[in-house]
Design a protein around this ligand. Structure first.
Ligand code: FES
Ligand code: FES
Length: 146
């Protein structure tokens, strides 16, 4: 057992883990209680589990919780107050989500691409997340003015 403190959405959470090698995704969902970050493939492919770590996109199934200590983690719950991040505004305006499962990870990847200086089509090229509902065309449209 180990006690770790994670900084998530600018709040410190102290959690007890049995293994510091636990995926950050499990810690966020089961120990911190933030379930907006989704489990998809678990093998670093789909991107449903994407969060921001120090502002950059990170697949949380591919990062052990011990490595997240001391870093600034942002989940979909902390992307903005009141869904006001420009990507969220564009997503709503273009009615991007269908089932929604991939969308929190998708938005975090888009936000991370924006943080890295990408705009418009450049964001679309950067984001490799999978959407099994096929919302790609709407994503492309929503990213046009970002
Ligand atoms: S659940 Fe992490 S990449 Fe698919
Ligand atoms: S909206 Fe359903 S998986 Fe993307």
């Amino acid at each position: 057992m180990a006690q770790l403190t994670l900084n998530v959405n600018q709040t410190n959470y102290t959690i007890t883990v049995t293994d510091t090698g636990m995926p950050l995704l499990w810690a966020l969902r089961d120990l911190v209680g933030l379930t907006g970050t989704k489990y998809g493939c678990g093998i670093e492919i789909c991107g449903a589990c994407t969060v921001l770590v120090n502002g950059q996109p990170q697949k949380s199934c591919d990062m052990d919780v011990g490595s997240a200590v001391g870093k600034s983690i942002t989940t979909i719950e902390g992307l903005s107050a009141n869904r006001s991040h420009p990507a969220q505004v564009a997503w709503i305006a273009n009615q991007v989500p269908q089932c929604g499962w991939c969308q929190s990870g998708m938005l975090m990847s888009v936000a991370g691409a924006m943080n890295a200086g990408h705009h418009g089509a450049s964001i679309v090229n950067e984001v490799q997340n999978v959407c099994v509902c096929g919302t790609y065309q709407r994503i492309k449209t929503a990213c046009t003015n970002l």
